[in-house]
Design a protein around this ligand. Structure first.
Ligand code: ZN
Ligand code: ZN
Length: 454
């Protein structure tokens, strides 16, 4: 194996009050990552482009060198499940959500409080699959509040979904969106009508369902509405990464890796049994790190590169839980990065560590802020003040990087990170990444610039 790319979902952050105005990365004790940082270089990346707030699918599609129009989230997510897609099938990503009423259309929680257990989701899904529509369809719950929907037949995907949380990188409001046709085709209007009928019927089925009555009694939010996005009918046309293996375990990541020609290694995600979604995430993270280590150990001779995507780090950002994010990072350091620290040098394996986007705790959402990048290149540790060395050879970075305007579109709060660094030169964090020698990279250039080929 020549290289490992580790993507920590939602890694980038901003200073947090709860952490004494440090970011979770700055606050976390990560001796193994620091070891790699001391022997590597840092930089920053705009996963898609400056000013753009990426969804996970947009970010990852872009980091692997694809155009955003080459795939849709719905298609990728469904390809990460066991549902078989036929040409013309319309695939969508779905969230179980909580709204006040169809008439008012206020979204109370985009994820039904993140407390929907696996068995509740399965029971609600059975009821949803009994809805009658003029076409056949499959509705399938995946992990926690997530699900996918496939409408069978020749539909159009020139529509907008009813999930207006993000529309092409711009943050939207908290009202449910309206399914809309984006062309004048009759079939597109037909598609819109069917989806509208489906989502209205689903509301009535869900809102009065005994599971939701129970949830209300327990003081939990009812999962009474389905938010849909990422409609797609076309097969994704993604670049092929034949020499890569992937460790992935969410439908989106599995679907992306499969479609990109990688060999997918996956495990079954632990069920959410109680109502503590963070307990579930911690179990998931343990399994993910352990599984990644075993997979890399066993398969490194058969593949040139590995793509490891750790999903859990995104959630504490959405929920403004910086301590939780810090402790997840420390856990990953203690397990996966301890393994990589020992495993990579003797095998001469390069490592990239980055995020797919920033999910700053204080914003409780993805942001356009660039993500830190760490590149370990099997070099000996650097002397702190030395300017030359390995990256002296890569003048191309500096030249190209000046083309990217780095400051214009970031969160105001990002300015806090631009002062003199108090952190040590070795620590992998947003501040050091800002000043790193790799400079500012666009997602689509990352792998090529760091010599990770297909
Ligand atoms: Zn993400
Ligand atoms: Zn997210």
């Amino acid at each position: 194996m020549k290289g490992v790319l580790v993507v920590l979902d939602g890694l980038g952050d901003l200073p947090c009050k709860q952490l004494g105005e440090k970011t979770p990365l700055e606050a976390a004790e990560m001796p193994n990552l620091d070891f790699l940082a001391a022997r590597g270089e840092m930089g920053c990346m705009y996963p898609v482009k400056p000013g753009f707030i990426p969804q996970s699918d947009e970010a990852i599609v872009s980091i692997f060198g694809n155009d955003l129009n080459d795939s849709s989230r719905g298609q990728l997510e469904v390809r990460g499940t066991d549902i078989k897609l036929v040409r013309g099938d319309l695939a969508l990503r779905v969230n179980f959500a909580t709204i006040d009423s169809l008439e008012k259309g206020n979204i109370i929680d985009r994820r039904a409080g993140r407390t929907l257990t696996t068995s509740e989701a399965e029971i609600l899904s059975k009821a949803i699959n009994k809805i009658t529509l003029p076409c056949s369809f499959v509705f399938k719950p995946t992990i926690q509040h997530r699900a996918v929907l496939v409408l069978r037949g020749g539909f159009s995907d020139n529509i907008t979904g009813n999930d207006s949380a993000y529309l092409m990188g711009i943050r939207e409001n908290s009202k449910i969106g309206i399914f809309k046709a984006t062309d004048d085709d009759e079939n597109t209007q037909y598609t819109v009508n069917i989806l509208k009928e489906f989502s209205d019927k689903a509301f009535h089925v869900l809102n009065n369902h005994p599971i939701n009555e129970e949830r209300r009694k327990k003081g939990l939010l009812p999962a009474n509405y389905l938010l849909m996005r990422g409609a797609g009918i076309e097969n994704p046309k993604l670049k092929f990464y034949k020499k890569w293996l992937s460790v992935s375990y969410t439908p989106l990541e599995i679907g992306f890796a499969r479609t990109s020609g990688m060999k997918v290694f996956s495990f079954e995600y632990p069920k959410l049994k109680g109502f503590d979604s963070y307990q579930n995430l911690r179990e998931g993270l343990e399994k993910a790190c352990d599984f990644s280590i075993k997979t890399l150990g066993k398969n490194h001779k058969d593949f040139d590169y590995a793509y490891v995507h750790i999903k859990e780090t995104d959630f504490p950002g959405h929920d403004n839980k910086p301590l939780e994010k810090k402790s997840m990072l420390e856990y990953i350091d203690k397990t996966l990065f301890e393994f990589l620290r020992k495993f990579a040098p003797p095998n001469r394996i390069k490592i990239i560590v980055t995020g797919d986007h920033s999910t700053p705790c204080r914003l409780k959402d993805h942001s356009a802020d660039p993500v830190p990048v760490l590149f370990y290149n099997v070099s000996p540790p650097k002397k702190k003040s030395k300017e030359t060395g390995f990256f002296g050879r890569f003048n191309i970075y500096k030249k190209k990087n000046t083309d990217v305007k780095i400051l214009g579109n970031d969160s105001e709060a990002m300015k806090d990170l631009k002062g003199e660094s108090e952190a040590t030169a070795e620590k992998f964090c947003e501040k050091n990444a800002r000043n790193g020698k790799l400079g500012m990279i666009l997602g689509k250039d990352l792998l090529e610039k760091l010599g990770f080929d297909k």
